[in-house]
Design a protein around this ligand. Structure first.
Ligand SMILES: [Zn+2]
Length: 404
């Protein structure tokens, strides 16, 4: 059933749209929302709704005092086509290169060494012409299976369960219309992580910085001692930032300062950066460095340099300290199901991070997927089943917590 659900969902085109300011960013996301609504109604859930902004919510009352939420996103990344997805299923994967037949390309373990972890499993890949959409329809399918399990086993102790399926995560707008107070959960999980065992309770603090440099344009033939070339200063500014803090030299818990676009003329130049760091102190130090360097360059070149820094999101770990039992219970549920926990700091943001700051503590659990956002995306059915089993064990444990 899990496999059928997943294959049904990936075939529904739900790519979100970066250029749209509408909510949802693409109407097609309603196509999956309606399917999910019907299935939830059929299972007998309460308060099944699709909001005008395409958020699907439903509840399954339990016998505990607490309410636990499960969240996944319905859209797929606009980076690659999500239309007419034709999954290939490879039983008992033998570890060799996989032909993606629709595109005449192959997915080779030489390029994707993580494929060796999937040997012997039932692999679901693309045909090479689209992404797969395991991100995050695997999460959607897994949550639906978990809900089905508890519908079928109504007598088990468990918290009240709520589900939410959201649009537009991939264009950074997944929580825009998410009403944490009406969702009314004590804590939740996003099921939107990668490979088997991944569990994340921390993510980057994030900011963007725009550095605007004023120059002075003079005819180059008579520029001596007068011209101030903003482009020269822009180059100097960027080269003066620590090279080791560029993203291509960082990993794990290391943060970075990343120049992503620059433009300008002699008269004015601007540099656009993103700043990422896990720790509040070094996050602030990175921002301070950028403003101090600007002051230094103003002095050096006798011109005006403005730095505008805007925070984007924060590390959820600060907001999870009062739900440490949830973290422990997730790790225990993985161990009970033979899954090795891999606690990964998310080198990005998640919807759960934003929700944690809105008052809903929300770490992120693996879906089982690999190589998200492109034609090499794949997932093993057994890893999806493991996610379902981990969630079922977790919910049973959370049920015991309050009824013990
Ligand atoms: Zn995702």
């Amino acid at each position: 059933m899990l496999k059928e659900r997943f294959l049904t969902y990936v075939k529904i085109h739900t790519t979100s749209c970066e250029d749209s300011s509408a909510s949802p960013s693409s109407q097609r996301q309603f196509d999956l929302a309606q399917v999910l609504k019907e299935e939830l109604l059929e299972m007998g859930l309460e308060d099944v709704k699709v909001s005008d902004q395409c958020i699907v919510t439903a509840s399954l009352p339990g016998n505990g005092k607490e309410t636990f939420g499960l969240i996944a996103h319905m859209d797929t990344a606009p980076d690659y086509s999500g239309e007419n997805v034709q999954p290939q299923i490879i039983e008992n994967y033998d570890g060799s290169a996989i032909d993606l037949k629709g595109a005449g390309i192959s997915m080779d373990p030489k390029d994707f060494p993580d494929l060796k972890d999937l040997v012997g499993k039932t692999l679901i890949t693309t045909d090479g012409t689209t992404l797969l959409g395991a991100d995050d329809k695997a999460g959607v399918a897994e949550i639906m299976e978990v809900i089905q399990y508890f519908v079928d086993h109504p007598d088990l102790d468990r918290p009240n369960l709520k589900v939410a399926f959201t649009p537009d995560e991939e264009v950074g707008r997944g929580t825009e219309n998410f009403d944490v107070s009406s969702f009314a959960c004590d804590y939740a999980l996003t099921v939107d992580g990668g490979s088997l065992g991944e569990f994340s309770t921390e993510n980057f603090n994030a900011a963007s910085a725009k550095v605007t440099i004023n120059g002075l344009n003079i005819h180059p033939g008579s520029a001596k001692d007068q011209m101030i070339n903003a482009l020269d200063i822009a180059c100097d500014y960027h080269q003066s930032l620590p090279v080791a803090q560029r993203p291509q030299h960082t990993e794990g818990h290391e943060g970075f300062i990343h120049l992503h676009t620059m433009e300008g003329t002699v008269e004015e130049a601007s540099l656009n950066y993103i700043i990422r760091d896990f720790f509040p102190k070094s996050f602030q130090e990175k921002k301070d460095l950028m403003t101090k360097l600007a002051s230094f360059m103003e002095e050096k070149y006798q011109t005006k340099i403005q730095v505008d820094i805007t925070d984007s999101y924060y590390n959820m770990s600060d907001k999870l300290s009062h739900v440490s039992f949830l973290k422990e219970a997730v790790i225990q549920a993985m161990k009970d199901n033979g899954v090795k926990p891999a606690l990964l700091p998310i080198r990005g943001g998640t919807d759960g991070a934003v929700l944690s700051y809105k008052g809903l503590p929300c770490p992120n659990l693996f879906t089982g997927g690999h190589h998200f956002h492109g034609r090499f995306e794949c997932i093993a059915l057994e890893d999806m089943e493991a996610a379902v089993e981990v969630l079922i064990s977790l919910i049973k444990a959370l049920g015991k917590r309050k009824t013990a």
